[in-house]
Design a protein. Structure first.
Ligand code: SAH
Length: 412
């Protein structure tokens, strides 16, 4: 069939009233997109889905709990007829059209004055596809276009996303080193939106107290071994909850992308077509030394720092760290997960010619009431770790910066 193509346009809806009539899943989809565009959403429906009810309760939209009335369209810039009653939808389009207000209609494209494209946003780009009146074809084309746009933007392999149910998403939140005061504001905002929170041992667990009663909290540091390795089990949980339409917050210690396996989780979500957001966190690599008064760089002392995982000792066949290069780099060395390997690390650095007097500081439970700071020269680091019974979690800093703050009251 030959159709005159629609004219595409980007509407700047911020602060502008948009009327949505209907309270079901179609309305929910529209509302979600409209809110993302900053629209002042007015919803008219005798009943609404729980998610819409929740948005109304939180003041994100204005809900009139009743059936549609002609004058509802009066103040609107744009109208969406999303009820499951064709007669009501027709009445909404008619009322809007009489006032020359554009109106999209969920059940009958030809009966509408505007079409809603299949849309997705990625970074700076918005992908919108209209392909005749077949919404499923539009969605498929949109997914293909989105994959191509993402490949262009991020250099990722172009792979069409799978479809997903409404609303479900995953937010990887960096929780900082453990003190709830070091969780970002956005982290708190996302936690307030969560239906499910998956937490790690090292995340700031104190924030869990502040969650809504009905939020499901899963301690994934205890996910038992089963069909999957634990990380796969966590990925699987994230995806499953999100595909069920939930907002899943993955609350991690420090920053999600610093030895946090955050990208593995993000990729697992992407593969399942689940949208992911990352909220960076205060990493223990910088913050824990800092809380003990140790700057990872200091003018005249250190012009940089390397953050290394010590979970494998130097020389281990699976280790890809060039410890010899580190020993000669002149950079501060910040070791995470190195409590059990510090003796090997110190021996290796000494063998590579590092000054035995190089200051070392181990900070255990940084930012927590139990924080402990232990110091020694590199030559005695192994003894110090054993004598002081330094245990995980601890950050060990090797380099002259470890001594610069000594004597400053309140620091270290
Ligand atoms: N993503 C985290 C690091 C995860 S690896 C981050 O960015 O901070 C776990 C290691 O982080 C621990 O073994 C320890 O070396 C360090 N760590 C995390 N929290 C800590 C804390 N409060 N005090 C000391 N070390 C901590």
């Amino acid at each position: 069939m030959n159709e005159v193509p629609a004219f595409p346009l980007g509407l700047r809806l911020e602060g502008r009233r948009v009327l949505v009539v209907g309270g079901g899943h179609v309305a929910l989809r529209r509302v979600a997109g409209l809110l993302e565009s900053g629209a002042d959403v007015h919803l008219v429906a005798p009943q609404v889905e729980a998610a819409l009810f929740d948005l109304a309760e939180r003041g994100r939209l204005h809900w009139d709990e009743r059936t549609f009335a002609e004058q509802d369209v009066d103040q609107a810039w744009l109208v969406f007829a999303c009820t499951d009653d064709p007669q009501v939808n027709a009445a909404v389009v008619a009322a809007a059209t009489r006032r020359r207000i554009w109106c999209s209609r969920a059940d009958d494209a030809l009966g509408a004055t505007a079409w809603t494209p299949a849309t997705a946003r990625t970074g700076p780009a918005t992908v919108s596809v209209m392909s005749g009146r077949d919404p499923l074809r539009s969605v498929a084309l949109r997914d293909a276009a989105l994959a191509a746009v993402e490949a262009e933007l991020h250099g990722r392999r172009a792979e069409p996303r799978r479809r997903r149910p409404n609303g479900g998403r995953v937010v990887l939140v960096g929780g900082g080193p453990g003190d709830p005061g070091l969780l970002t504001r956005r982290g708190y905002e996302r936690l307030a939106e969560a239906d499910v929170v998956l937490v790690d041992r090292l995340a700031p667990l104190a924030v869990l107290e502040g969650l809504r009663e009905d939020v499901e909290v899963v301690d994934v540091s205890k996910v038992p071994r089963g069909r999957f390795t634990p990380q796969e089990a966590i990925n699987d949980l994230l995806v499953r909850h999100a595909l069920a339409g939930r907002t899943v917050v993955r609350l991690k210690g420090g920053d999600p992308f610093v030895f946090g396996r955050g990208m593995e989780e993000a990729l697992a979500c992407a593969d399942a077509g689940v949208p992911v957001e990352v909220v960076p966190g205060v990493t223990s690599a910088v913050a824990v030394p800092e809380l003990a008064g140790v700057p990872v760089t200091h003018r005249g002392v250190s012009q940089g720092f390397s953050v290394v995982s010590g979970h494998l000792p130097p020389g281990h066949p699976d280790s890809s760290v060039d410890w010899t290069a580190l020993a000669r780099s002149g950079l501060t060395i910040v070791c995470l997960m190195a409590v059990h390997t510090m003796a090997d690390i110190a021996a290796s650095l000494l063998a590579d010619g590092m000054d035995p007097a190089t200051p070392v500081v181990a900070v255990q439970d940084g930012g927590l009431p139990s924080q402990r700071v232990s110091r020694s020269p590199l030559s005695a680091a192994a003894d110090m770790m054993a004598r002081e019974r330094v245990s995980a979690p601890a950050v060990v800093v090797i380099g002259a910066v470890a001594a610069v703050s000594r004597g400053v009251p309140g620091l270290g």
